[in-house]
Design a protein around this ligand. Structure first.
Ligand code: NAP
Length: 277
């Protein structure tokens, strides 16, 4: 460890009490016997820049960023990775020794790492992907699927102009499909991803018709509360390979932990159990 003090990191959001990151990081710190602390920090919009300019002076080596600050931190940061710039949001800040704030987005990395772990036979080349939703998470998913080499993406969102905007940003491999037609893209897809908040506790169910799902299609849901959404239950019944959304949350934290605490943590059953407890 190059820092003379015990490294501090944390997560910034508003509210922050729902964040699973403190439990996750503390589990890894304990498991690997690393020196360091990880702290949840509620920060209001008006205080964001002041906070992220101040905490590096107090021993913070970086922080995660969650709702509603993911877009604003990218504007404040001095440098950003290409993937954060492409996605238009950051979830990981690195406080460099020269005082510069470096912004990264690891959501797409977490998404792909989860897919590979949960469906080891998955490969981008298996065919087109169907992506439901065009919010912030969809941007990271689409960027990472294209980066991995998926040949084509069918994108459907309730508010069609948002899907059209993503097509403009990400290019010709994207075909926008009307929300009422979303059921029709299941048959052609080798990978199906729900990036909407539908199916999440307190939200309505995802009602897209799923009878077109084929045996062997890889189906994943970003929603992880509940772990088994209606999408995953129906996909499993149709013989699909299903991957729940918790792993994405765990994997997206790996690069930050490694950077701040000097060791690459494993996402294993104990990690899942710690966060679910
Ligand atoms: P967001 O930017 O608010 O986007 C929400 C998406 O859900 C939009 O596409 C929205 O469609 C759609 N939606 C909401 N209510 C709907 C309804 N009643 N009918 C049809 N579509 C509806 O949120 P986000 O940040 O992208 O997050 C989306 C979900 O992913 C959340 O459940 C979040 O918890 C989850 N997530 C999980 C992870 C993970 O690590 N597993 C990471 C990030 C996000 P419109 O555009 O039409 O409003």
């Amino acid at each position: 460890m190059t820092h003379s003090h015990v490294p501090l990191a944390g997560v910034i959001g508003n509210p922050i009490s729902q964040s699973k990151s403190p439990i996750l990081f503390r589990h890894w710190l304990k498991t690997y016997g690393c020196k360091g602390h990880y702290i949840p920090m509620p920060v209001e919009e008006g205080n964001l820049e002041q906070v992220i300019r101040t905490i590096p002076k107090m021993g913070f080596v970086g922080c995660n960023v969650t709702i509603p600050h993911k877009i604003d931190v990218l504007k404040i940061a001095d440098l950003a990775t290409d993937r954060a710039t492409l996605i238009g949001a950051a979830n990981t800040l690195i406080f460099r020794k020269d005082g510069k704030i470096h912004a990264d987005n690891t959501d797409g990395y977490g998404f792909i790492a989860n897919l590979k772990q949960g469906a080891p036979a998955w490969a981008p080349s298996i065919g087109p992907a169907a992506v439901l939703g065009a919010g912030g998470a969809a941007r990271a998913v689409i960027a990472s699927l294209l980066d991995a080499g998926v040949p084509e993406i069918f994108l459907s969102n309730r508010t069609r102009p948002k899907a059209e905007a993503l097509k403009s940003a990400f290019g010709t491999k994207i075909t926008v499909v009307d929300w009422v037609q979303a059921g029709n893209i299941m048959e052609q897809a080798s990978t199906v991803v729900n990036t909407t908040s539908l199916g999440m506790q307190g939200m309505p169910e995802l009602r897209v018709p799923l009878d077109g799902l084929r045996r062997g299609t890889v189906v994943t849901d970003l929603v992880y509360n509940p772990l088994k959404t209606r999408l995953l239950i129906e996909a499993e019944a149709a013989g699909c390979v299903t991957v729940d959304g918790l792993g994405m949350l765990l994997h997206q934290a790996v690069p930050g932990f490694e950077r701040w605490f000097g060791l690459r943590p494993e996402v294993d059953i104990n990690t899942r159990a710690a966060v679910l407890r």
